[in-house]
Design a protein around this ligand. Structure first.
Ligand SMILES: O=c1ccn([C@H]2C[C@H](O)[C@@H](CO)O2)c(=O)[nH]1
Ligand SMILES: [Zn+2]
Length: 135
């Protein structure tokens, strides 16, 4: 699916963000290489650390259904009724790194026509991964 359509889906899904504490809504859409879509939103909790980011919800939904060949992840945020760019937090970068595939794109958007494309190695240089545990 083209990037603009994925951003549109991410924007529509912002309404499902459960973020009464930060009031910072985040929405992610993950596209697999076969074209399936997995959405995610941030889900907060009265016990703050129990909350989870949108990116990990999308990734974990896909992994839990046996899908791990990812093409791209689109991310968008909203605060004070304005759409905003949000970069994945450090924990999400580590999770994205675990499941990176060739040419996996991470797209941060603030509208259908304003977005930037990165790969995980740009967002998480000198990463720690399974290779580092081999001898
Ligand atoms: O990339 C990000 C950054 C933050 N959040 C969430 C976590 C928390 O609910 C809120 C404020 O940090 O935004 C995400 O979902 N993804
Ligand atoms: Zn995160």
């Amino acid at each position: 699916m083209n990037i603009e359509k994925l951003i549109k889906i991410a924007i529509e899904n912002l309404k499902n963000s459960y973020s009464p504490y930060s009031k910072f809504k985040v929405s992610a859409v993950l596209e697999t290489k076969e074209g399936e879509l997995y959405t995610g939103v941030n889900i907060e909790n009265a016990s703050y650390p129990a909350g989870i980011c949108a990116e990990r919800v999308a990734i974990f939904k896909a992994i839990s259904e046996g899908k791990k060949d990812f093409k791209r992840l689109v991310l968008i945020a909203e605060a004070n009724n304005k759409l905003k760019i949000a970069y994945p937090c450090g924990i999400c970068r580590q999770v994205l790194n675990e499941f990176k595939t060739n040419n996996f794109e991470i797209i941060v958007a603030s509208s259908i026509n304003n977005y930037k494309i990165y790969n995980i190695d740009e967002l998480l240089p000198y990463s720690f991964g399974s290779k580092d545990m081999e001898d």
